[in-house]
Design a protein around this ligand. Sequence first.
Ligand code: NDP
Length: 294
Amino acid sequence: MGAQSKGTDESVRTDQTEVGQIEIAPGVQLAQIGLGVFQVPPDEAQRVVEDALELGYRHIDTAAAYVNETGVGAAIKASGLAREEVFVTSKLRNGDQGYDSTSRAYADTCGRLGLDRLDLYLIHWPYPSAGLFVDSWRALEKLAADGSVRSVGVSNFLPEHLDAIAAASELRPAVNQVELHPTFQQTPVLAATRAAGAAVEAYSPLGQGADLDSAPVLAAARVHEATPAQVVLAWHLQQGHIVIPKTARRERMVENLAAASLRLSEGELADISGLDSEARIGGDPATFALTQIR
Ligand code: NDP
């Protein structure tokens, strides 16, 4: 059966048996497909996350800067799921970097989400011009050591930022969440991430939709009776990436989750990898310095 044929609301698969799990820290398993909620407006976040949890998602990726943690938390509560069934990631805003302010920001995030602790907390950007990411990492190390958070990691870290925290701390980051899709593969960053002992987590895994109409993606979609989004997600999953595609639509939530059952051939994977073209969509971590959003 093609993956697309499972991508309908009528044939919803609510169990997680086909979604791989990756151990990102000792005893901490993370489902390879989660739902990202960047650009989901605050007043829609509860509905979107309630839908996702009902449809089988058990991994939600938010951030203080998305201004929708309250809605995410309300959805988790309304779902009736046991706390340990839902994996929740959030991120430290640039403007909150620094040792003391990181601990305060973490407490505020937990408060908005209505959770005692998170499963994963990330430094959202290295924000190197502020010179505070190593101090922020030390604060995360303390939160992890005292059990206030299950695991900690980083996002948008370039090799030099990974080196800087490795030099200052014994704790390895559980993940490095970076922009990653067929037209932007960041091979050196992925190599440094794995060398640092961190799992690769792909943000904007669909290239925000821009990578879906390329010839090798469309060809594989035809062969497997799958959708282009499922092909791109399968390309990630077969390389061991964690993916957090964002959608606000129920039918796409189901479609994206069903990508777990699609297997591409080595040739198809190679053809899609051939699309790499340095087509960055988001900010450049070497210079990104916004403190109000993201
Ligand atoms: P994605 O690559 O996930 O693309 C999202 C876009 O694709 C939306 O416009 C969505 O539209 C559309 N889409 C989703 N599913 C499908 C489908 N099956 N078919 C066609 N179109 C589809 O980009 P994002 O930038 O949103 O990244 C995903 C997540 O990554 C974010 O939500 C966030 O959690 C995280 N992220 C982290 C960043 C960081 O700095 N750490 C930066 C950016 C993102 P629609 O909603 O209408 O379905």
